[in-house]
Structure formats: C-alpha cells, structure tokens
Design a protein around this ligand. Structure first.
Ligand code: NAD
Length: 170
C-alpha cells in the first residue's frame, strides 16, 4: 500500500491542480491520495478568499469518481517552517511520497527525508490561483479555469460578492 500527499492552498482549486492529480494517477505509483489543504486557518482575505470547509467541498466534489480512495485534510499553518513537516505528519494518514512544485514545500519535505515529486506546470499563466482570483475580482472569465463543481461552490457561498466586498476600502 503506497499513499501520496498533495499539498496546496487551493484558493481556489483549479484545473491546473486537477491536471497534477490526473498525472499522479497515470503513474500508478500510489494506491491512495491525501490532499492537504494548507493555510486552513486563513480565509476572507484577497489571497485566501475561501474557508477550509469551502475548499473541502470544492475538492471532494471535483474528485468524485477519482478511482482511488482519497482524503481531504485541512492543515493550519504554523509559525516555524522547521516544524511544519512534523505538524503535517501529525494531521494526515502515513504517506510515502509528496507531490509539490512549491520550492519551500519541496525543501522542507526533502530535508525530512521524504521523497518529493514535482509535476510540470500546466498553463501556469492562466492556471494559477492568483490569475483565477484576479479574474473573479475583475469580472473577467474565470469559470473555464476551474472544474464545474468549483464554480458551483463559489456560487453557493457567494464567493465573488465576498471578494468584491473585502476588496473595498473604508
Ligand atoms: P497552490 O494551491 O498554489 O498550489 C498547490 C500545488 O499545485 C503546488 O505544488 C503548485 O506548484 C501546483 N500547481 C498550481 N498550479 C499549477 C499548474 N497550473 N500546473 C501544475 N501545477 C500547479 O498552493 P501552495 O502555495 O503550493 O501551498 C502550499 C501550502 O503549504 C500553503 O498553504 C502554505 O502556507 C503551506 N505551508 C505552510 C508552512 C508553515 O505553516 N510553516 C510551510 C510551508 C508550506
């Protein structure tokens, strides 16, 4: 039994994240996947508009029918990077490999002796959390960049209205 961990902020979960997960599955190197939702304690600001619970809904619904068991687990940030891997390990099922292209995440897991695989970046200009959030805020077309289930969650929680409200100055 081999289990992999894919960590991200997923603000929001988008098609770039989906492509990474599909490429992980195509290698057939894991039997189960853990999705760790980083910065779970942060929401309602422009870089982190969605709560951990909202991101759980986005990911769980988007991965319905994935074909292997998966676990979506919120991970609060900790102030000391040197302690973060231990914190993550205390929160998720045991895992054998980490998937990330985030340089800090890669460094911290490698220092802890855990193998890390970095996927290529897919259409990074349009498929990034920053690009999707900017489009949401500016009223540009963003729906094509996310799975349909994410569009539904954003609508259910009035996510665009939230972002525009918190972007205002007093
Ligand atoms: P993210 O949602 O931006 O990205 C998640 C992963 O998907 C990354 O590996 C990224 O490279 C990849 N990705 C994104 N778009 C892609 C695309 N178009 N094609 C292919 N891959 C793509 O999240 P992130 O910034 O990597 O999240 C890391 C999380 O870990 C954050 O929440 C951070 O706070 C947390 N963290 C916390 C600590 C601490 O608490 N001390 C330390 C390190 C990391």
């Amino acid at each position: 039994m081999k289990r992999g961990l894919y960590v991200g902020r997923f603000q929001p979960f988008h098609k770039g994240h989906m492509l990474v997960i599909q490429s992980i599955l195509e290698t057939h190197e894991i039997d189960e996947l853990i999705i760790g939702i980083g910065s779970a304690d942060v929401s309602h600001d422009l870089r982190h508009p969605f709560t951990a619970g909202e991101r759980i809904l986005m990911i769980t619904r988007s991965l319905d029918g994935l074909g292997i068991p998966f676990y979506v687990i919120p991970l609060e940030d900790v102030r000391r990077n040197a302690l973060w891997v231990a914190h993550v390990k205390s929160m998720v099922p045991p895992f054998d490999i980490v998937y990330s292209s985030n340089p800090l995440v890669v460094q911290l897991f490698r220092e802890a002796g855990i193998p890390v695989h970095s996927s290529p970046l897919y259409l990074r200009e349009s498929l990034s959390g920053t690009a999707v959030r900017n489009k949401m805020l500016d009223g540009d077309a963003w729906k094509d960049s996310v799975p349909p289930e994410v569009e539904l969650v954003v609508s259910e929680v009035h996510g665009i209205e939230r972002m525009r409200q918190i972007a205002k100055s007093d």
